[in-house]
Design a protein around this ligand. Structure first.
Ligand SMILES: [Zn+2]
Length: 135
C-alpha cells in the first residue's frame, strides 16, 4: 500500500529536536525541546495543501516523530483521508502540519515544512533533506 512506512537508518544517531517546535501562524507550542526524533519515511507521507496555500499539497519524507500522543504539548486532529489522520494546530487549527497513519498507531509525524523550528533544527532538517536527495 502506498502509505506503508519503512524506516531508513539515519546516518547519525537519532536526532532530537534542539528547540521548541511551534505553530508557524500562532506560535502555539507543539513539542518541547528533545521530545521528537528526526525520522525519514521512505515512502513519504502526502500532506494536503494548507488552507492558505494554492495547489496540490506536498509529499514529505523527513518528519519530526513521536511515538506517544502525550508527547505533544498541544496538537489537534483534523480529517482522515486514506487512513491518514491529519494533525493541526490545537489553537488556531492551521494544518495539516503532520500526520498519524492508522496503519501504524504508534507514530505521529510533524512536517518540518509546516511548523516553526529553531535555527539548529532548521539546519538539521535541511541537511537531512539534502542527504535524501543525493541518494
Ligand atoms: Zn496555531
Amino acid at each position: 500500500m502506498w502509505y506503508s512506512v519503512n524506516f531508513r537508518k539515519m546516518s547519525a544517531e537519532t536526532t532530537k529536536n534542539a528547540g521548541m517546535i511551534q505553530c508557524e501562524k500562532c506560535g502555539s507550542v507543539i513539542l518541547l525541546p528533545a521530545t521528537a526524533s528526526l525520522t525519514n519515511v521512505k515512502e513519504g507521507i502526502f500532506l494536503p495543501p494548507m488552507k492558505s496555500e494554492d495547489g496540490q499539497g506536498v509529499t514529505g519524507f523527513t518528519f519530526w516523530s513521536v511515538t506517544n500522543m502525550y508527547s505533544f504539548e498541544n496538537v489537534g486532529f483534523c480529517n482522515t483521508i486514506n487512513n491518514i489522520k491529519y494533525l493541526a494546530c490545537a489553537d488556531c487549527e492551521v494544518g495539516p502540519i503532520g500526520a498519524h497513519l492508522l496503519s501504524d498507531k504508534q507514530m505521529f509525524y510533524i512536517s518540518p515544512m509546516r511548523v516553526k523550528l529553531g535555527d539548529i533544527d532548521k539546519q538539521v532538517c535541511e541537511q537531512e533533506h539534502a542527504a535524501l536527495r543525493v541518494e
